[in-house]
Design a protein around this ligand. Structure first.
Ligand code: SF4
Length: 763
């Protein structure tokens, strides 16, 4: 009792080994790594059987990223190395059961690394931690639902509860969950989208009228130029490399914009193509622009200025003037804005040679079919929404949206993060959705905005939240400002996590804490004796089926829709007209309710049963821009304003290759040549020299915002090819440095890609 709880991963080194970064991604090492994880965690027979169902028409959707599958066919092996790791993690034979929790106290578990916690295995029973005890103990579902329901119903104000959602959650569970929260009386529905592509949603909704990307997978094969900005698909969306390889074979040029030279964007060998394995692979990037961190707006402005000059010099033909005239507003504002900058200043701020910027503009000038893809490298800055708006400016200027081979492509991380938002997980309630919910379910949903992630952390710290509930995920480790987030969680009266695996969020808890174990994607889901499937939406807006087939790891697991329905029944006793049990008994009924309340889901049950599912409507794809004016909007955006003092660096957090979001599959970052260690800081050789640092020196990292000092202890210096004054660290280890109160303007997304830090040598 009373032992310290480690809210951050322990600052212990694990035995670093450095090699040269790899020059080619995929290939035999990817096959070996996939086999090691799946056979090691699941076994050869069961592992093979399970993998052959992954991403198949009648199989289950990958619990990894949201990269789309082909529309009309599936190959036998329709997954990547990261998909194999994600499935291995879920289908593991290891178990977190009664004996496990009897053996380890919560404090002892908190001393484990996130990697060790994840490797403990699947949670087998509902568990509860009560005041005065330091071990989780098994509890019956009945008791859990009753206790949680009565705590919620005793709250003075429904807004004292927060309902967080992770992007793995299915459409069906997410829809019921938002229904529960709103029926309970709150829009406090933060989700992981708040921490990743909220900036994309905000920038795109304003400019092209839909907060999602406009391209389909087929568009990649028709594109002439693909720009990849602030994204590392080799690690985070590996099958995107397959699409890029095919695009290259069709003649596309690829421009990459990224502070780090990422192996996946340099060269790729398709692991399933024998000819590739014995060749040197496909060169992916034609022009690699290694910009400074957060230098995207100056780069894009410089490119647009050059395109304008070329268009003027040639008397047209570079910009799409017909499209600009008929489909957009604000072009003159953009011209005025660009005129206020000197090209030299913009290029200098981008931090790359002028000839590279001219070359990029040259590649774009004569082309009409351009796709811009991006991920967190654009969305997690103070000016993240400006980044997205500037991308849109470039595409609109070229008329590169709403036609084959062209458009916007924010590549989503978690497998159903886009779908969860589509079916209502949002701290804001669209008025039309509120009306539809009232009509369908007979209650008036609350209209005031609820807490997003950043505001939920603040509210918890201010003592305004009593109950924190999470449908999936690892909120503590995904969120910024680890110590602040932890303090907030520990102030709650009750924390509840619906989970498959153990993570640090279970160990940093409220006065009472529950872990409710749910079925995973790989597992068969039977309700009332009938096999069920769930549905998800990928990055290109395709809604499709996911049906697990493995027997559940424990007879005590419930599905997420069932858990949500039972929590609602236990909480909303007597005053709900929603037939919670009826809905959870047959997921077709939930889908019917979604169809009646959310546009685009017409004939949901029928269409989703077709192989590959169906596309949701997407106005921008057809040049129908649902903005206030009915046209796409050019915008004026400021340059970022980082004023680094001597000794300060701009830090971005990144994932290792053995990691997906907060899940740590292993300790290697194979492509970058960093092995068996996560507490590292990647820094340029010139900066090391200026700071008097040597390779593998131990340092502490410090950020200071508004007089508040945050420290991440004990990192090892790794010399790396990264622009000067820029450094990179893995998250969640460095999340402690990210100030939650300095989030992106408009989207309120944490600034995890541009944190000002100092490096303090310990030698
Ligand atoms: S690309 Fe993403 S969705 Fe596809 S198999 Fe890999 S991790 Fe899974």
């Amino acid at each position: 009792m009373g032992k310290r709880i480690f809210v951050q991963p322990p600052a212990k080194f694990t035995g670093i080994k450095l090699t040269e970064p790899q020059q080619v991604s995929g290939g035999i090492p990817a096959i070996m790594s996939s086999m090691k994880h799946i056979f090691g965690e699941v076994g050869v027979m069961d592992g093979t059987r399970t993998m052959l169902r992954l991403n198949q028409f009648n199989g289950f959707d990958c619990p990894g990223c949201a990269w789309p599958d082909p529309d009309d066919h599936r190959s036998t092996v329709e997954f990547c190395e990261n998909g194999a790791k994600a499935v291995a993690e879920e289908a593991t034979v290891a178990r977190v059961d009664e004996d496990f929790f009897a053996k380890y106290s919560v404090a002892e578990l908190s001393e484990m690394s996130d990697y060790e916690l994840g490797k403990s295995g699947r949670i087998t029973h509902p568990f509860r931690l009560v005041p005065g005890d330091d071990h989780y103990r098994p509890v019956s579902w009945e008791q859990a639902f009753g206790d949680i329901g009565s705590t919620l119903s005793r709250l003075d104000d429904p807004n004292r509860a927060v309902f967080y959602t992770s992007g793995r959650t299915s459409n069906e569970a997410a829809f019921l969950y938002q229904l529960f929260a709103r029926h309970f009386g709150t829009n406090n529905l933060p989700d992981c989208s708040n921490m990743c592509h909220e900036s994309s949603g905000a920038g795109l909704s304003e400019t092209v009228g839909i907060g999602k990307g406009s391209v389909t997978l087929d568009d990649f094969y028709k594109a002439e130029v693909i720009m990849i900005m602030g994204q590392n698909p080799g690690t985070n969306h590996p099958r995107m490399l397959t699409a890029l390889q095919k695009a290259k074979k069709n003649g596309a040029k690829v421009i990459t914009v990224n502070p780090l030279r990422e192996t996946g964007l340099v060269r790729f060998k398709h692991p399933q193509h024998p000819t590739d394995l014995v060749s040197s692979g496909t060169s992916i990037t034609d022009l690699y622009l290694q910009v400074r961190i957060n230098a995207d707006v100056p780069l894009l402005k410089a490119i647009m200025k050059i395109l304008l000059e070329k268009d003027e010099a040639m008397g047209g033909g570079v910009l799409d003037h017909d499209f600009i005239a008929s489909h957009t507003t604000g072009f003159s504002t953009l011209l005025e804005d660009l005129a206020t900058y000197s090209l030299e200043d913009l290029i200098s701020q981008a931090g790359i040679p002028a000839e590279q910027v001219h070359k990029a503009a040259g590649l774009l000038a004569a082309k009409e079919r351009i796709i811009v893809c991006w991920a967190m490298g654009l969305t997690q800055h103070r000016n993240a929404v400006d980044n997205i708006r500037e991308v849109v400016n470039l595409l609109l200027m070229k008329g590169s949206i709403g036609k084959p081979g062209a458009g916007t492509c924010p590549v989503r991380g978690h497998s159903n993060v886009q779908g969860d938002r589509t079916v209502g997980i949002w701290e804001r309630l669209r008025p039309s959705f509120g009306v539809a919910l009232e009509k369908e379910f007979g209650f008036v949903p609350p209209s005031p905005d609820g807490y997003d992630t950043v505001n939920a952390i603040r509210a918890m710290n201010e003592g305004k939240v009593d109950v924190f509930m999470a449908l999936g995920g690892n909120f503590l480790s995904a969120a910024p400002d680890t110590e602040t987030t932890a303090r907030g969680l520990m102030k709650c009266d009750l924390t509840v996590h619906v989970s498959t695996k153990l993570n640090r969020s279970h160990l940093v808890h409220g006065r009472v804490s529950y872990i409710l174990p749910c079925l995973g994607r790989t597992e068969a889901d039977y309700q009332e004796g009938q096999a069920q499937f769930v549905t998800v939406e990928n990055s290109t807006g395709v809604v499709h089926k996911s049906k697990g087939g493995k027997p559940p790891v424990s007879g005590h697991l419930l599905s997420e829709p069932r858990i949500v329905a039972e929590l609602a029944r236990a909480t909303l006793t007597g005053d709900s007209r929603v037939a919670w049990k009826y809905l959870a008994d047959d997921y077709d009924r939930i889908r019917d309710a979604i169809e009646r309340t959310i546009p685009g889901f017409e004939k949901y049950n029928e269409r989703v049963r077709k192989a590959g599912g169906f596309y949701l409507p997407n106005g921008a794809r057809n040049r129908e821009f649902h903005t206030r004016t009915g046209k796409a909007v050019f915008t004026k955006n400021k340059l970022p304003d980082h004023m680094l003092e001597e000794g300060q660096f701009l830090m971005m957090t990144i994932r290792s290759h053995d990691q997906y979001n907060t899940t740590i599959y292993g300790l290697h970052d194979r492509y970058r040549g960093i092995h068996n260690e996560r507490r590292v800081i990647l820094i340029s050789q010139p900066d090391m020299k200026t700071m008097g640092l040597e390779k593998l020196d131990e340092v502490d990292l410090i950020s200071e915002y508004d007089g508040e000092i945050r420290t991440a202890k004990s990192f090892l210096v790794v010399p790396y090819d990264i622009p000067e004054k820029c450094v990179a660290t893995y998250f969640p280890e460095a999340n402690v440095l990210v100030p939650s109160r300095k989030a992106a303007r408009i989207s309120n997304t944490p600034i995890s890609k541009s944190v000002v830090i100092r490096i303090v040598s310990k030698s």
